[in-house]
Design a binder for this molecule. Sequence first.
Ligand code: FAD
Length: 388
Amino acid sequence: MDFELSREHEEFRHVVRDFAAAHIAPYVAGWDRDHHFPVETIQAMGDLGLFGLTAPEEYGGAGADFTSLCVAIEELGRVDQSIGITLEAGVGLGINPILTFGSQQQKERWLPDLVAGRALAGFGLTEPGAGSDAGATTTRAVLDQHTWVINGSKQFITNSGSAITSLVTVTARTGEREGGRPEISAIIVPADTPGFVAERAYDKLGWHISDTHPLTFTDARVPEDHLLGERGRGYAQFLATLDDGRVAIAALAVGLIEGCLELCRAYAGERHTFGVPIGSKQGVAFQLADLAVMAAAGRALTYRAAAMKDAGRTGPEFTQAASIAKLYTSEAAVTATRVATQIFGGYGFMEEYPVARFYRDAKILEIGEGTSEVQRMLIARGLGLPVE
Ligand SMILES: Cc1cc2nc3c(=O)[nH]c(=O)nc-3n(C[C@H](O)[C@H](O)[C@H](O)COP(=O)(O)OP(=O)(O)OC[C@H]3O[C@@H](n4cnc5c(N)ncnc54)[C@H](O)[C@@H]3O)c2cc1C
C-alpha cells in the first residue's frame, strides 16, 4: 500500500504551484474586490494544459489521470477558490458530459476549444424550485420539426455567462413517463442561441471571481441533434458526473485548508504579543496542529477516492468515497478558515489579508455539488439505511 502521490504528480504540482504564484497570487485580491473574471488568466491556464488534462489527445488533451486534475485544483485552491472552481466546473461540468455522453459530431464541434481553455461551458441542472431535488426540473423542451424549443429557467450556473462561454448544457423535461414521472433529457444550448439569456451575474458572499448567472430560456430553439446522449437520460447522466465532481470539490477544499495552514504558520511566527510570537502560545499552536490534521486527513480521503476513480472502481464504493471526501473536506475547510481568521485577529477581518477572502469562499463548499445534508443522506444510504 502506497500513500504517496507519484513523482510525476509531485512534479506537476510544482508546475501548477509556480503558475499560481506568478499569474494568480499577485492579482487575485484585486479581481476579488472588483468581481472581475480574468479571461486572459483562464486562457493561460488553458495554454498550460489544465482544462485538457484528462481529455484524450485527439481533442487536444493530455490524457492524464483524474488524480492529476485533483492536484491542479488543489494547487489553485491554495491561492484562490474562484479560480479553482472555474477549472473544476470547466472540466467536470463543461467538458466531461460532452466527452462522456456526446456524439462524435458534438465532440468535434465543441471539445477542441473547451479543452484548450479558449472557451468554457456550464451545466444547468439547478432551478429556482429544483436544487437538492434536482429531478423536480420544470424547464421544458418540446420537439418541433426537428428543433428543441426550450422554455424555463436555471439558477446559480457556473461558467455560464462569461465572455468565453460557448455553451450551456441544460436538463429539461422532454416528456412524461408512465405514472407521471418526468422524462428529463440534457440538451446543448450554444451561448448565442436567440431566447437564451445569461442574466446579470449574482452578487455572492464568496467566489467573487467565479462566473455565476441565472439563465432564462424563452422559446430558445436548438437543432434536434443538440440532445446530449440518450433522450430521457439527462438526470442519470448528470448524477454520473457528480461523483467525480465531489472528489474534485474535495481537492479544492484541501487546497483551502493548506492555504490557511501556510498563512497561519508564517503569521504565528511573525506576530508577537506579550513579547513572544503568538505561535509559542499553546492556544495558537494547537489550532495550527488541528489545521495540519485537517489537511492530512482531507488529502488522504480525497486522493484515495481519486485513486479509486483512476483504477476504474467507479461503483457504489466510489460514490461512497466521493461523498465522504466531499463532506469531510468541505466542513473542515469551513472550520479551517474560521480558525485562520481567528489566528490573524483583527487583521483576519480585513480584506487585504487572504484569510478574509478564504473565510467568505469556504461556505459554498458545503453547498455546491450536493449539500452536506445530501452527502450524509448518500453516505447513510450506502450503509444500507432507507433514508429519504
Ligand atoms: C455559487 C454557486 C454555484 C453553483 N453552480 C452550479 C452549477 O454550475 N450547475 C448547477 O446545476 N447548480 C449549481 N449550483 C447549485 C447548487 O448545486 C445548489 O445550490 C445545491 O445543490 C443546493 O440546492 P438549493 O440551493 O436549491 O438548496 P435546497 O435543495 O433548497 O436545500 C435547502 C436546504 O435544505 C436541505 N435539504 C434539502 N433536501 C434535503 C433532504 N432530503 N434531507 C436533508 N436536508 C435537505 C439542504 O441541505 C439545504 O440545507 C451552484 C450554487 C452556487 C451557490
